[in-house]
Design a protein around this ligand. Structure first.
Ligand code: ASC
Length: 150
């Protein structure tokens, strides 16, 4: 019994530490998962970008919180791009699975830029936030250009 509990706890800890190992019951669920993670990420990033672009009044607290949520969400979508999830309700191009290393590089670059955005947003300096928003948006765009269907 003790062993089983230890095993379950270790499994749970691993699942939390390594979201990329997430398993899904169906390919459809993985597709939904990655889309929803990207959606929540974009809503939070978009709010900060809106402030950087002067479309939304700048609120340093909201910017810092939104950037932190976007940074965390940026970790999640990749687990949903496993084998067999290339077909369905998705704009993901087949090249994601044939040129995985390039896709992974883009994913990492975006997460790195998102982390810098969190730091900039925490600083409360709007000029720093603008620079980081542009770099992050650029990382989103380059991946979309290569790997997202129109
Ligand atoms: C967004 C969004 C993207 C990126 C991209 C940046 O807010 O939805 O796909 O930023 O437009 O160029």
């Amino acid at each position: 019994m003790k062993k089983l509990t230890a095993c379950l706890l270790a499994g749970a800890a691993l699942a939390m530490a390594v979201p990329a190992s997430a398993q899904f019951a169906k390919a459809e669920d993985a597709i939904k998962y990655r889309k929803n993670a990207l959606f929540v990420m974009q809503q939070n990033f978009g709010r900060v970008a809106g402030m950087a672009g002067g479309k939304i009044p700048f609120d340093a607290g909201v910017a810092a919180e939104s950037a932190a949520v976007a940074e965390y969400m940026a970790k999640l979508p990749w687990a949903g791009f496993g084998p067999g999830t290339d077909k369905g309700e998705t704009k993901a191009k087949p090249e994601i699975w044939t040129d995985k290393a390039k896709f992974d590089d883009y994913a990492k670059k975006m997460q790195d830029e998102m982390s810098k955005l969190t730091i900039a947003a925490k600083s409360g300096n709007l000029d720093n936030i603008k620079v980081a928003v542009n770099a992050t948006g650029g990382a989103c765009k380059s991946c979309h250009d290569d790997f997202r269907a129109k």
